[in-house]
Design a protein around this ligand. Structure first.
Ligand SMILES: *Cc1c(COP(=O)(O)O)cnc(C)c1O
Length: 479
């Protein structure tokens, strides 16, 4: 461990250097820390990276072009980038028990694009090249190239529906994945809110996707990846898991056996900044047969890698390999369950009736609110969440009927199950006291609401008092 003093000195010095050039940027950076320290953050996709991870990003690695892969670069002088990229990949392979890791993706969406195109290259492009007896795409005739492009654009993907908790990058029209693939989605059982694997199998049999995707950003339960792989195999689909949200729970061995995607999927994508607690970025893990295609992510869909972020990935992954990370991951889930139970006990309604991961979805219709009203009212009271659709959402994707809450960030701060019960009380108080306002024509508004400012202030103070006992970045003193 570095001394607390070293961390304070490092950040203070960095701010001093920045302040000399553009003081407003230094001011915003310092203000961001102050704001984060004061906010009760229940955003399920956010976390707090360690000082070592943050510091690994602010340096001259940012100045380097390093297209290619370790030892095979298109630029000279990449020996130090090679060191950090190889380290990040090694830590990722060891941590997740993966055959291959590609740590260049700049974000989760990039990791998914790398994965999609690796599968398309392996399953559509490579056979076409072979058939045409061409070594690479530049050797194809115009007619063969035209036919291949049509073929690449004519593939199918089956993924989880958005309102059940799936992600926009899994083949939905506003995202490029929806323009690339003919997509169909599987939802959840209307009674239980759980994935119905028989229904997924039926959809796969009918639709015959090239890629079956599992993974979510708003599903509060574990997914059985062994069953999903069997379904993929039964229709000849490549099985991909996007573990962006729950990679920390896989790393921390909370999700094991059937619930660990790595041994079951052909290819796994993730972000590194959510429950994994690393720098903002992405990563792909895969079976050996896809490794060569995955490594073509740059220049296929990525620009030059971000060596400074790969350095930070190596640091964060090293942290995730330490025994205390498993303890952290266990506490994330214990906290989510305590929060869910605290809400249920007070009469809230949760999608699937609870959680067995890091997040829960409150169905706020039982409080007579939309997700938008609930999100804003909670924010007025100092509680940061985000609104989210519930399955078959009556209020649509903009207003929604749900509030998504997650515990990775507060668990990093050190809050435990007793504090989660206090937070459940605060959330329930706000939602219970918030009333829908009327539109000018007398109909109930989906956005406007009334919350007594005295209630909001009181909850806000209680939230601050709670956080005061769990300082964020306790080793960093900027004053
Ligand atoms: C967050 C998320 C992404 C996107 O990650 P970005 O880094 O924001 O691009 C992709 N897939 C899932 C399931 C996610 O939750």
């Amino acid at each position: 461990m570095s001394s607390p003093n070293a961390e304070s000195t490092a950040f203070r010095s960095a701010l001093e250097v920045i302040r000399a050039v553009e003081p407003r940027v230094a001011g915003a950076i310092a203000a961001e820390l102050a704001d984060q320290r004061e906010s009760l953050k229940l955003i399920a996709s956010e976390n707090y990276a360690s000082p070592a991870t943050l510091l690994a990003m602010g340096n001259w690695f940012s100045d380097k072009y390093a297209e290619g892969t370790v030892g095979r670069r298109f630029y000279a002088g990449c020996q130090n980038v090679d060191t950090v990229e190889a380290l990040a990949a090694e830590h990722a392979r060891e941590l997740f028990g993966a055959a291959h890791a590609y740590v260049q993706p700049h974000s989760g969406i990039d990791a998914n694009l790398v994965a999609f195109w690796a599968v398309l290259a392996d399953r559509v492009e490579a056979p076409a090249l072979k058939k045409a007896q061409a070594r690479q795409v530049n050797d194809l005739t115009e007619a063969d190239w035209f036919a291949l492009r049509r073929e690449l654009g004519n593939q199918r993907m089956l993924g989880m529906s958005l309102d059940a908790g799936g992600h926009l990058t899994h083949g939905f029209r506003p995202n490029i994945s929806g323009k690339m693939f003919d997509q169909r989605s599987y939802g959840t059982d209307p009674e239980t809110g759980l994935i119905d694997y028989d229904k997924v199998a039926e959809a796969a049999r009918e639709f015959k996707p090239l890629i079956l995707v599992a993974g979510y950003s708003a599903y509060p339960r574990r997914v059985n990846f062994r069953i999903m792989r069997e379904i993929a195999d039964s229709v000849g689909a490549t099985f991909m898991v996007d573990m962006a949200h729950f990679a920390g729970l896989v790393a921390g061995k909370v999700f094991t056996g059937d619930f660990d995607p790595v041994p079951h999927a052909h290819i796994v994508t993730t972000t590194t900044h959510k429950s994994l607690r690393g720098p903002r970025g992405g990563m792909v893990l895969c079976q050996p047969e896809l490794a060569e295609q995955v490594d073509r992510g740059c220049p296929m869909v990525l620009g030059g890698p971000l060596p400074h972020v790969m350095a930070a990935k190596a640091v964060a992954l090293a942290e995730a390999r330490r025994p205390d990370f498993a303890d952290y991951a266990g506490r994330i889930v214990a906290n989510a369950q305590a929060l869910a139970e605290g809400l249920l006990r007070r009469g809230a309604s949760l999608v699937t009736g609870g959680t067995d991961n890091h997040l829960a979805i409150i169905d706020v219709t039982s409080y007579g609110l939309t997700g938008r009203q609930a999100e804003q009212a909670l924010l007025d009271a100092g509680i940061v969440t985000n609104r989210n659709s519930v399955p078959q959402d009556p209020n649509g994707a903009w207003y929604t009927s749900g509030i998504r809450i997650g515990t990775p960030a507060l668990t990093t701060r050190g809050l435990g199950t007793a504090e989660m019960d206090v937070i459940a009380e605060l959330i329930h108080t706000v939602l219970n006291q918030t009333k829908t306002a009327s539109n000018p024509d007398g109909t109930p508004s989906k956005a406007k609401y009334v919350l007594d400012p005295a209630v909001a202030d009181k909850v806000s103070r209680q939230a601050s008092d709670l956080l005061a006992g769990f300082p964020l970045y306790p080793t960093v003193d900027l004053t």
